[in-house]
Structure formats: structure tokens, C-alpha cells
Design a protein around this ligand. Sequence first.
Ligand SMILES: Nc1ncnc2c1ncn2[C@@H]1O[C@H](COP(=O)(O)OP(=O)(O)OP(=O)(O)O)[C@@H](O)[C@H]1O
Length: 630
Amino acid sequence: MFRERARQATWWSMARRMPVLVGRALAVGRRAGPGDLAATVVFGLGMGAATAWALVATNAVLEEVFAAVPTPDRVRAALPSLLLLAAALLARGACGALAGRAQARLEPKVVLAAERRFNETVTGVEAAAFDDSAFNDHVFRGYATGCDQMGVLVRTSLDVLTGLVAIAAAAGVLGTLHPVLLPLILVAMVPQWWSSAASARLRYRLTLRLTEVVRRKFMLQQLMIDRRTAAELRSYTMGPRLRAEFDRFAERELQARLRLATRMALIRVAGGALGGAATVVVFVALGALLVEGVVPIAAAGAAVVAVRVAQGALGTVLVSVGQVYEAGLYVADLVELEEKARERTPRRDLPPAPEGFAEIRVEDVTFSYPKADGDGDGATGPALAGVDLVLPRGRTVALVGENGSGKSTLAKLLSGLYTPDAGRVCWDATDLAGVDADDLRSRIAVIAQDHTHWPMTARGNVVMGGPEDDPERLARAAGAAHADTVVADLPRGWETLLDKRFAHGHEPSGGQWQRLAAARGFHRGDDGAAVPLLIADEPTSALDARAEHRFFSSLHAHAGRTGATVVLITHRLASVRMADVVVVLERGRVVDRGSHEELMERGGVYRELWDLQAQAYRERERAQEPDPTG
Ligand SMILES: Nc1ncnc2c1ncn2[C@@H]1O[C@H](COP(=O)(O)OP(=O)(O)OP(=O)(O)O)[C@@H](O)[C@H]1O
């Protein structure tokens, strides 16, 4: 769609879209800084009026001077007009400075407003949108250029408006001197129009083509500078590889930009030559009118000044029109992103989620992740296919299965992050696809497998999903997750900043982070009536054996104390034993379910996995037993 729009970037489309773009810029400017916008327009008009006044005064001076052979008396007679001219130029300068100040104040306000709107847009969309590479590209373009270009659009639109006022003033004065002088302005305009439109089009097309390349470069550089990747990057001596990869993309970008520079220079040369020819045409025409006696000498003199003024203003207008058009394309892209994001933002007019449930029903659910660009049809099967499940209230349900069997995907559907392609996830009779997504998620606590290390204090990391000033709740959550001992060892306790990139920042170990993430989940789910579902996805992968055992006991106790349903995903089958229901997944399908004892009795995948783990433990134990003969 962007390519289509870039192809359509013709002079005619530029002119046609100009009123819409300027209108949009004025609307944005009015919202972001009404006072500054008004000041820019008023002082811009003042500049136009002062320009007209200066031209009239110039004509008056020339009339006095050329009335007869110049004498000291004639020069003296021209003095009042000269003073008027000086005053007009002063007024013009003052208006220009004030308009410039207002414009300079307006632009950052507009950019900030655009950034706020962008943030609101991207944080509102469903999580699944970020699995779509085209959407990621679009978001990146908005982030890297869209918001800044909104500021450019407003600034350059105002440049167009003030330039047009100056041209109108010059044209008005020319028209009063003699109507035949008016078309001269148009002659001077055509070459500049062509060159600025052609350059804008080339630049925009290039930006569209380079989006993916620039994004890759950006991501590679992030990997080079990020603290989290610093150690592994060095352990695996990844530096040269990342740099080579970066160079590959950078070279493509550089070559494209060099080709652009050459083509832009050619356009500029052609535009300059045509502009020079147009100026010659203007002066020849003026000379002919003078010889024919169509215009008097003083008017011809004033016309020369007026044409220069108009040309100068036209230069500004045309460059600005090109910039408005170019910025308009980016802003249109940003507006399109907003529309796409809106389509992917959960509806806000849906009824709230049910307060609780007696059981969660997963009915014949199928789900596939969006395919990456370039993936052929059917490259992989669905992540979940025809899943049926019942999760009773107040019970612990364990999801087990080998890597890639669909456990985390099912957890994301249960937590309201993704919606099924087919089938339903219901709280009793209510289909969750029909309820307010934010409200639903506020009733679910999640301990995520790939939890975020938020650059906040320890307290901030735990209380972010619940009330901030409830010390008892915080203590309960920290106790359940055994994060209290982690916090006790932190230099500033709960107030320790957990990010080494900042002064006084501290870095917990992997297992300590996991306990804090678990505390976040327990804190959110502290009131089982308000939050009747807790989902823990691989919550103990970084915990030592003792911590792991204590943690599973806490999870079980959580279901008992709060009456919430606990969904646990884990590969540690010894801990699954205490779950009320165990669900076994294989290749996106539920292949078995029941209590640990039932599943062991039946044999199958679960029994196989259990025996493997038990055997590994037995072998380890045997290796550690003292030799009775020795
Ligand atoms: N964001 C994603 N985009 C595309 N495919 C995905 C995504 N996340 C998971 N998948 C695919 O979906 C399938 C199920 O993955 P899922 O993460 O649910 O498995 P899992 O059982 O939780 O595995 P593990 O035990 O390794 O955590 C896999 O084939 C995986 O490649």
C-alpha cells in the first residue's frame, strides 16, 4: 500500500492533497498549541501586509526619483517615502521574528502530542499484533519518523501559508501597477515546483524501500549496546558476526542513498537551469513592456523589486510545499498505522468480564500464529488444534508436554492475550471474546515465562499490577514467592533500583528475578474474589530445588487460600504430582488428562516423561550413595 502511494506521488496529487494536509496540520497545531498557532498566523499576515507596504513605498520613492533628472530636491522629496519604506521593512522583520518564535515553540508541542498519541495507540493494540512483521515495520516507521514528521508538517504548512501571504502581497502590488505584470510571477514558479516535487517523491520512495533495512540495523545495534546481551555477545565472540551483518545492511542503505544523492543533484541542476531561464524570460518581458510604453519606468523598477520578493517567497513556498507533501506522506502513514492499530485494538464498548466463574471451558479451540512474510502456505500447523478442556474453580491444573506442544499458547489464550481462530474460551457460559479485554485481564494474574525485568525499584516490580500502598499484601506476596529473602539482601530493601544501567542500580540473579516476578503474580492475585485465575508459565526454571519445592507448595496454597484456579505450566513433573488435574499436550492437541495417579496408571506420554525424569533422579541418587563395600 505504501509503495502504491509512493508511485502515485505526482505533482498533481501533491497540489490536490495540499489543502487536506495543511488543514490537518492546522487542526493538530490548534490542539497542541492554540496560542502559538494564532501568533504564527497573525504575524505571518503582518509580514504580508508589511511586504505590500514596502513595495508601495518603493514605488513612491522611485516615482519621486524618476519624475525628472534626479536633483537634491527630488531626493529630499523622496525622503518621507524612504522613511515609510524603512518602517515597513522594520515591521516586516519584527513580524518575521515573532512568527518564527511562535513557530519554533509550536513544533515541539506538536511532536510531543504526536508521541503521546503514538504511545497510546501502540500500547492499546492486542499482543498478537506484535507477531506480525508488517505491523512491526509500520510501528517502527511511526516511531522513527512519523511523530517528528508531524512537527515538520505543521512547521512547513505554516511556511507555505506565510509565503503565500507574501506572494499575494507582491502580486497585489504588481496587479495595481499593471495587470499585465502578474503572469510574470507564474513564469518564475514552474521550474522550482517541478524540482521540489521530484526530490520529495524520490526521498519518500527510498524511505519506504529502506524501512526493513533500517529496522534490522537498529535491532543489530541494540544487540551490540544492550547490557543483557553484553556477556553472551562476548562469550560467543559474536561481535564480528553482528558487525558484518550490520555492514551488509548498512552497505545496501548507503548505496541506495548515494544513488539518491546523484539523482537529487541532477534534479537540482535541471531545476536551477530552468529557474535561470525563467528569470531571463521575466526580465526580457519587462524590458519589452517598458520599450512599448505599457508600464512607466518607476512601475517597472518597483515591478523588478516585487518580482524578486515574490520569487524569494515562492522559493520558500515551493520548498515548503515539497516538505509538506513529503511530511504529509509520513503523517498519512502514521494515520494509517492508527487505523490499523484501531482494528487490532480490543473493542472498548463490550460488557465487562464476569466477576468470577465456577469453571473455565475451552471448547474446540484452534489457534495459529500469523505467518512471517515469505512463509509458504502450511509451512507449520496450528499451535493449538481442537482443544477441549474444563478448568474447575479453586483447583490447580497443570499443563505438561514436550517443547512446542502448545502449553504457553494455551496459557496466552486463557489469559486473554490472544483470541482463538475457532472455538471459544468461556467463563461459565460467557465467551471471553465478547467481553472487555482490559477488564478481563485485570481479573487474571500471570507469572510469565519470559517475564520482564522492569527498570524500577523492587517494590515497583512487585506492586505494578495491584494496589501500591498495601504493606500486608506486599508481605504476603513476597512470602509466597520467597522474594522476601531476596529483598532483605538488597542494599536499599524494597526501594533498591533493579537496573545496573543507572546509578545505584542493582542486578538480582536469574532466580531472584524469577521470585520477584512470582511475587508480582501473587500480589496481583491476592484477592481471589477479584482475581479468580492465576497462570504460572514455567515459574521455577531458574529456581534451586529447595526454592522450587517451596514455590509449588505456595501455588497450591494460593488456590486453597483464595479459591482461585491455578494453571501451572512446568517440565518438573515431580511438582505436577500435587496438581488436581494434569493435562497432557502433544503437537497442539490434548492427548490425555486426569490426576497424576490416573495418568500413571494409563501409561502413555505422561508416564513415559515421568519415568524418564524419575530414572534420571534415581541414577543421580545412586551415583551419590556411599559405596557400602568401601
Ligand atoms: N509468537 C509466535 N509466533 C509464531 N509461532 C509461535 C509463537 N510462539 C510459539 N509459536 C509456535 O507455536 C507452537 C507452540 O509453542 P508454545 O510456546 O505454545 O509451546 P510450549 O509447549 O509452551 O513450548 P515450551 O515447552 O518450549 O515452552 C510452536 O510450534 C512454536 O514454534
